[in-house]
Ligand binder design. Structure first.
Ligand SMILES: Nc1ncnc2c1ncn2[C@@H]1O[C@H](COP(=O)(O)OP(=O)(O)OP(=O)(O)O)[C@@H](O)[C@H]1O
Ligand SMILES: [Mg+2]
Length: 376
C-alpha cells in the first residue's frame, strides 16, 4: 500500500486543505475577463506553508480553463527562459522588435525610469514573445506565468516581467474586441513574506504592488482532521475520528507538518502490517514528524534572517513557552527600545513573531521555541 502523504517540498498533497478561497478568487479573475483583479496575484508565507503547491494549483486551474501556463523559479536568466519557452511552444513567428515606449503615456517612460537598458530590452523581447504566442490562442484565453521564490529574483527581472505584462494588457485594450474575448495574461508569484518590504520600497514595482495579496497561514485543525480521515480511507486504511483529531492537533495546521505526521503514522501502522492506524501509530507518527520538522522548517527560516533579527529571537528564548516583554528584550540584547521596536515590526512582518499580551511578543512559527532553545 502506497503511503499517500507527501512530506516533500513542492509536492502536491493528497488533499489541498483550506485554500479553496484563493483558487476561487484566481478562477474568477480568469473568468471575468481582462482587467479582473485575481489575474495578478502574490502569494506569500513562511517556509512550508504551501506556496509552491499553491502555484501549481493555480496553473492547473488555468489549464483546465484552456489557458497556457508557464512556471519559473526565480533565478538568473528567468526572463530569457520564459521567452525561449514561449517561442518554442508553437511555430516560430518572430515579429519585428517593437520600438520602446511607443507613445503609451505613463507606462514605459515613467515606470522604466530607473531601470537599465538591458532590462527594458528583455521586457520588449518578452512582450513580443507573449504577444505572438497569444495570437495562436483561442479568443478569451490567455497565458499564466507563475514565478516561485520571487523574493530571490533580481529586481530587474521582475520589472521586465511586470513591464511586459502591462504592455500586453494595454495592447489587448487597443484591439476592438470585447473584454471577454480579449486574450489575456495572468501572473501569480510566490515569495517569502520579506518581499512585501521589497515591493514597498522599490519605485518601479508599482504594478506588482497592485497584486491581489494572499498570505498563507496555517490551515484549520478540523479541516486537517477531516483530510486525514479522507486520505487514509481512500487509500485503504482506517483511522478513528478521535485518533485523527489527536494527529491533527499536533500539526497546529501547518501544511508541511500535516504531511509529515500523516506520513509517519501511516508508516507506523504499515510496519505492524495493520490496516488500522491506532493510537500508538499516531503517537509514533507525531514523534517522528516533530523530530524532522525543526531542521526542515525552523532552521532555514532562522538562517534567512538578519543578524539583528536573530539576536532579537534569541532574546525571547528564555521565556518560551511564555511570551516575552519588549523591555526584557531591550535588557537582554543591550539595545534601545527603538531598536526593539524596529525589529519587532520587521519580525512581525515576516511572520516570525506575533503580539501576545500588551507589550509582549511570542514566536509565531510552530515548534520554533523548542528548536531555538535546543541550540542555545
Ligand atoms: N493546503 C495544503 N494542504 C495539505 N498539505 C499541503 C498544503 N499545502 C502544502 N502542503 C504540503 O506542505 C509541504 C510544503 O508545501 P510547499 O513546498 O508548497 O511549501 P512552500 O511554502 O513552497 O515551502 P518553501 O518556502 O520551503 O518553498 C508539502 O509537503 C505539501 O505537500
Ligand atoms: Mg516552495
Amino acid at each position: 500500500m502506497v503511503n499517500p502523504f507527501k512530506p516533500t517540498a513542492g509536492k502536491m498533497p493528497p488533499v489541498l486543505i483550506g485554500r479553496q478561497d484563493i483558487v476561487d478568487d484566481f478562477a474568477e479573475g480568469l473568468d471575468n475577463g481582462a482587467g479582473a483583479p485575481g489575474r495578478l496575484m502574490l502569494v506569500s508565507g513562511q517556509r512550508g506553508l504551501g506556496k509552491t503547491v499553491m502555484l501549481t494549483e493555480l496553473a492547473r486551474t488555468a489549464i483546465a480553463r484552456g489557458w497556457e501556463a508557464y512556471a519559473e523559479t526565480a533565478s538568473a536568466g528567468m526572463t530569457d527562459r520564459l521567452i525561449a519557452a514561449l517561442d518554442s511552444a508553437g511555430p516560430r513567428v518572430r515579429h519585428a522588435t517593437i520600438a520602446p515606449a511607443i507613445g503609451i503615456p505613463g507606462i514605459a517612460n515613467v515606470q522604466l525610469g530607473s531601470v537599465d537598458v538591458a532590462a527594458s530590452n528583455t521586457a520588449l523581447d518578452l512582450r513580443r514573445a507573449i504577444e505572438s504566442r497569444l495570437k495562436k490562442l483561442p479568443k478569451g484565453k490567455g497565458i499564466l506565468f507563475t514565478v516561485d521564490e520571487a523574493q530571490a529574483a533580481k529586481i530587474d527581472e521582475l520589472v521586465a516581467i511586470a513591464t511586459a505584462l502591462q504592455h500586453v494588457t494595454v495592447d489587448q485594450d487597443l484591439t476592438d474586441e470585447r473584454d471577454e474575448e480579449k486574450r489575456g495574461v495572468a501572473f501569480a508569484f510566490a515569495a517569502l513574506p520579506s518581499i512585501v518590504d521589497e515591493l514597498a520600497s522599490n519605485e518601479v514595482l508599482t504594478f506588482l504592488r497592485r497584486a491581489t495579496y494572499r498570505e498563507l497561514g496555517n490551515v484549520a485543525v478540523p479541516d486537517v482532521r477531516n483530510a486525514f480521515v479522507e486520505t487514509i480511507t481512500a487509500q485503504g486504511k482506517s483511522i478513528s475520528r478521535e485518533n485523527a483529531e489527536t494527529a491533527a492537533r499536533a500539526t497546529i495546521g501547518n501544511p508541511y507538518l500535516v504531511q509529515l505526521v500523516g506520513y509517519y503514522m501511516w508508516q507506523a501502522a504499515q510496519a505492524r502490517h495493520s490496516d488500522a492506524i491506532e493510537a500508538q501509530d499516531v503517537e509514533y507518527g507525531i514523534a517522528d514528524a516533530l523530530s524532522q520538522f525543526p531542521e526542515a522548517v525552523c532552521a532555514p527560516s532562522y538562517r534567512s534572517l538578519s543578524p539583528a533579527q536573530q539576536h532579537f529571537l534569541r532574546a525571547m528564548a528564555p521565556d518560551y513557552p511564555s511570551a516575552t516583554t519588549l523591555s526584557d528584550i531591550a535588557e537582554r540584547t543591550g539595545k534601545s527600545m527603538s531598536w526593539v521596536g524596529k525589529y519587532r515590526m520587521s519580525l512581525e512582518r515576516v511572520m516570525m513573531i506575533r503580539a501576545a499580551d500588551w507589550g509582549m511578543v511570542e514566536y509565531a512559527q510552530p515548534y520554533f521555541g523548542e528548536w531555538i532553545r535546543s541550540r542555545m
